[in-house]
Design a protein around this ligand. Structure first.
Ligand code: SF4
Ligand code: SF4
Ligand code: SF4
Ligand code: FES
Length: 979
């Protein structure tokens, strides 16, 4: 349709907001509360325009064909200025001495646009103090213009439901949990509110006193300067004040760098700009990331102090007896190369093994496996997907062909029903969880959660299943059988797209409703309800994680999920599909880029002669064809005396592998062990040489997120001290062994990867510039596939395969001696064992230690309180930890988060594994609990888990409009088609 904007006919889209059409036309219109990612809030009234002669808010009006709009008529202009005048009565324009004066302040820029010289309504202060009680940001009510962007972000994007505005109060302000101090509220410090605040009312503490040239001066002097600015305004007007502040903002550009990066923590793949002044991180600014937009969690927004930690390794270290001494790079690298060459000559190439990092870049994983294969001559190469995601990949290889998420996070948002199995999504993949929470809260999406704990997603679910531990495969198979037997399967889809139905049906014989109900501890009615919800949904997405994969049946349960999706016709369109949620930022990429014992890049098999021939021609060496050792087999091979040397980078293997005592014992037996890391990790203590590496902020490269999304990260800071990017170190070692590599930038490495890998044929650094991204597979012309399987499945005949399954016995089950089931997983604030996040002061303040979740029933039975020290003993080891009594767990089930190096859960787990992939069965563990002395609660009062959220439907501006002192700006405003 077309509309006329300021006399020019413009195209407009049916149903879009008028403000979007105006902005697309490039017409400058004031708009303080509107943010495209938040939608229409309608609190500020600065976007008043004339529509067919009547005043209306452009952000509250839906376009219709033929509309005639004037943004600059006398009436519209007067209304805009009146609205902005009201805003200035809540906000002092002291821009020159404000840390938010960086060229992007909405208030400053709106003042300039509307060119208001003098305020009609004078500024009036509010009777509230600044609130500095959150470690990462502060709220200044005196500068708050009550636009409500923060409330909308918290209620409707992050959906933590902490923020509201008390519109009925004489002096409204933003409230946390209805009026608590921020530090005692349910705020999870995700930073959404700070990111979207259009002024300096909410600001990162790392900005304060640091961004401006004059903002670091003592507070009294600063207040004096603010008073001077206020004093001159009546005489000079705002124009002179703005000119001065703009000159100061311009000066800032010379010393503040804004660099795009990708988050180093989880696999969601959030990207953002990092603002730095020298090595000081001023702030993280998310805005344009294809996955996250304005969203982050506490780790991505505020979790970067570790980069400048004094604990960073900055010099190579060489073991001398029980100690390490500093060494030069030349000495350390020569020693590594000499020892690798000696061991290879003495015991053969398979006496060495290589472990790549899921925290490092694709290019670095590629070089590590090239070093292993082309320089040493072994396929003993793996990465930590062995510990978590290999079974999910296996389940998808068996059924649909590609080992990655079948769609994007946008597809998950579009689903009619989301089923989450064995994933604490709100804590482990926080930004992805926000999309599900939003769709569930605002768009009628249904949610089923199957978990042992009543985590946040379980609390929000329409149906929460609490099956017996390790039985998800059984209920999934029974539900699938029920779909097939009750006319609820998608027969047409099965006939056209799926092979193996008859054999699969036979394999379902044991999985009756009756059997499943008994084995899983779920009623038959509940299981039937699940089946009907699946059959009735417009589309089903299943999300799963380590609660599924870290079992003896990890691969089979993943397969059962995909079988169920095929039978219910939930592939090949948006809002459907399988989503194994990748844990680390680049665990997907490490596997994709060949850090596996059986695959070269892009899952090309090492025993395929055609594949090997292609790599041999490029690398100019013969390559080994037999599958190498995986992580699990490496430890066994050390104990058996077959494996003599290991080179591991960016992995805390001695704590994160299961049966940690056995693993540590193995590592200590290595003849020569090289560890490359940014800190002296627990694993470093077993090393012979330690090489200091650079974290993601100190290098260029690419990461691949859970959506198969390849994104570029740019170097933000120089490597600290003598540390070096991993790709440089690997290249140096390869060259000392005679490799003759000449990569001067990771882009050159990627060019080689693309030339050897059909899956990445069209990936280039140019196509990934800035915030651009590609979701593999990428064709040579650069076209990618956000949604897999639109035309066919990834098998030669284009059809998916139903994969028959059998039951397997669970391991390490409770008995009279080890009577409690022990579950484990992540916490929102800490990443994994916490090597990085414990070095972030604010995170440490809020979550200083790990804790054992104990159910109220068990606590009462054993006399345990929050803070009681307990000793857990399993068949494999012992830890001491403080209890936290919580209804999140029930009965005899315990939960121990993995964020501890002192009480690591893996001292308790076994060496049992998933039968297919050797992923440890971490979730099958039983312990004996002994109560020790009482102590302090392991969680301080300022932890968000003690807060009391205040859910409401967004900012609720209607309550503002009902105030006696509120009137619409402009004399004759008429509401047109408002939301
Ligand atoms: S949870 Fe906290 S940081 Fe996140 S949007 Fe809400 S108030 Fe802001
Ligand atoms: S604190 Fe919230 S309501 Fe106040 S100006 Fe910032 S975003 Fe708007
Ligand atoms: S959700 Fe994951 S990728 Fe996004 S900011 Fe948090 S840790 Fe980083
Ligand atoms: S931008 Fe439209 S009311 Fe604020």
């Amino acid at each position: 349709m077309s509309v006329t904007i300021d006399g020019i006919v413009r195209e407009a889209k049916d149903g879009e907001l008028l403000i979007d059409a105006i902005n697309r036309a490039g017409t400058a219109l004031s708009q303080v509360c509107y943010h495209p990612q938040l939608g229409s809030i309608q609190t500020c009234d600065t976007c008043m325009v004339e529509v067919d002669g009547n005043l209306a808010r452009a952000c509250g009006t839906t376009v219709s064909g033929g509309m005639v709009i004037s943004t600059a008529s006398k009436k519209a202009g007067a209304a805009q200025r009146q609205a902005f005048d009201r805003i200035l009565s809540n906000h002092v324009l002291y821009c020159t001495v404000c840390d938010n004066n960086n060229g992007n302040c909405t208030i400053h820029n709106t003042e300039k646009l509307l060119a208001i010289e003098h305020q009609a309504i004078p500024y009036h202060s509010k009777p509230y103090e600044e609130d500095p009680t959150n470690p990462f940001y502060r709220y200044d009510p005196q500068q708050c213009i009550l636009c409500g962007r923060c409330v909308e972000a918290c209620q409707s994007v992050q959906v933590n439901e902490t923020l509201s505005i008390n519109w009925e109060d004489a002096h409204p302000r933003v409230l946390w949990d209805g009026g608590a101090a921020i530090g005692e509220s349910s705020c999870v410090s995700c930073g959404h509110c700070v990111t979207v605040c259009p002024c300096n009312a909410l600001m990162e503490k790392s900005m304060l006193g640091n961004a401006g040239f004059f903002t670091g001066i003592p507070k009294t002097a600063l207040h004096g300067m603010i008073d001077v600015v206020k004093g001159v305004e009546p005489e000079t007007g705002y124009e002179a004040i703005l000119q001065l502040s703009e000159a100061e903002a311009g000066m800032r550009e010379s010393r503040i760098r804004r660099t795009k990066t990708v988050c180093t923590y989880c696999g969601v793949g959030c990207s953002f700009e990092v603002w730095t002044k020298d090595r000081h991180i001023l702030k993280v600014e998310p805005l344009e990331g294809p996955t996250n937009g304005i969203s982050t969690c506490v780790k991505g927004k505020f979790g970067w102090d570790f980069v400048n930690s004094p604990d960073r390794l900055t010099k190579p270290l060489i073991r001398e007896g029980d100690k390490f001494r500093e060494a030069s790079w030349t000495e350390a690298l020569s020693l590594v190369a000499r020892k690798f060459a000696e061991i290879k000559a003495k015991d053969g190439p398979d006496a060495l093994a290589f472990v790549s990092s899921s925290k490092c870049t694709n290019e670095e994983s590629y070089l590590m496996q090239k070093l292993a294969r082309a320089v040493i001559g072994t396929n003993n190469m793996d990465n930590c997907s062995r510990y978590c995601q290999a079974p999910a990949t296996q389940g998808l290889f068996r059924t649909v062909g590609y080992g990655g998420d079948s769609g994007s996070i946008k597809d998950i948002e579009a689903a009619g029903l989301v089923i989450i199995i064995g994933s604490n999504t709100a804590e482990s993949h926080p930004v992805l969880a926000t999309r599900v929470k939003r769709a569930h809260k605002h768009h009628g999406q249904k949610l089923i959660v199957s978990d042992l704990r009543e985590n946040e997603m379980a609390r929000r679910a329409d149906l929460f299943l609490h099956p017996n531990p390790g039985t998800d495969m059984i209920w999934l198979s029974a539900v699938t059988r029920y779909l097939l037997e009750n006319g609820l399967a998608k027969t047409e889809f099965l006939n056209q797209w799926v092979n193996g139905l008859e054999e699969y049906k036979k394999s379902l014989d044991p999985f009756t409703m009756e059997f499943a109900s008994k084995a899983c501890g779920l009623s038959e009615d509940t299981l039937k309800q699940v089946a009907h919800m699946i059959a009735e949904a417009s589309g089903v997405c299943v999300l799963w994680a380590m609660g599924v994969t870290q079992h003896t049946m990890g691969s089979d349960t993943s397969t059962a999920i995909s079988n169920m999706l095929l039978v219910s016709g939930n592939y090949m369109r948006t809002g459907t599909g399988s989503y194994p949620l990748r844990g680390h930022n680049n665990v997907q990429g490490a596997s994709d880029h060949g850090a596996m014992p059986n695959f070269l890049t892009g899952y090309q098999s090492v025993n395929d002669p055609e594949v090997r021939a292609r790599f041999e021609a490029s690398w100019k060496v013969p390559l080994p064809s037999a599958k190498g050792l995986d992580n699990h087999e490496m430890i066994d091979a050390i104990h058996q005396g077959k494996l003599k040397s290991m080179y591991l980078f960016g992995e805390e293997m001695s704590l994160v592998d299961s049966n940690a005592n056995f693993v540590s014992d193995g590592l200590s037996k290595l003849e020569f062990f090289v560890v490359q890391d940014i800190f002296f990790s627990h694993t470093c203590q077993f090393a012979d040489v330690i090489l200091p590496a650079s974290p993601s902020l100190e290098k260029d490269g690419t990461f691949t997120s859970t959506e198969r999304r390849v994104q570029r990260l740019y170097q933000v800071l120089e490597p600290l001290g003598d540390s070096r990017p991993d790709w440089r170190i690997i290249q140096d070692i390869a060259n000392l062994l005679g490799a003759g590599w000449h990569y001067s930038h990771p882009s050159e490495i990627y060019r080689e990867i693309a030339s050897l890998t059909p899956m990445f044929a069209g990936v280039t650094y140019e196509r990934l510039e800035g915030f651009k991204s590609l979701q593999w597979p990428v064709a040579p012309d650069g076209s990618d596939q956000p949604l897999l399987y639109t035309k066919h499945f990834a098998f030669p005949d284009g059809k998916a395969r139903l994969f028959p399954l059998k039951l397997t016995e669970l391991t390490d089950q409770p008995n009279a001696e080890f009577d409690l089931h022990l579950n484990n997983g992540r916490l929102l604030e800490h990443f994994h064992e916490g090597n990085m996040t414990y070095r972030v002061a604010g995170i440490r303040e809020q979550t200083p230690d790990t804790f054992l979740e104990v159910s109220p029933e068990l606590a009462q039975e054993r006399g345990i309180q929050s803070g009681t020290w307990v000793q857990l003993t399993s068949r494999y080891g012992q830890v001491r930890v403080r209890a936290l009594v919580t209804g999140r767990v029930t009965g005899n089930q315990l939960y121990l988060p993995m964020n501890s190096t002192e009480s690591p859960v893996n001292r308790l787990t076994s060496s049992h594994t998933d039968l297919i992939t050797h992923t440890p069965a971490y979730k099958e563990a039983s312990v004996h609990l002994k109560v020790l002395e009482n102590g302090e609660s392991p969680l301080p009062r300022q932890n968000s888990r003690f807060g009391h959220p205040t859910p409401q439907h967004g900012v609720e501006v209607e309550r503002k409009w009902k105030r006696a002192d509120y009137s619409l700006p402009g004399s004759d405003l008429v509401q047109l088609r408002t939301n």
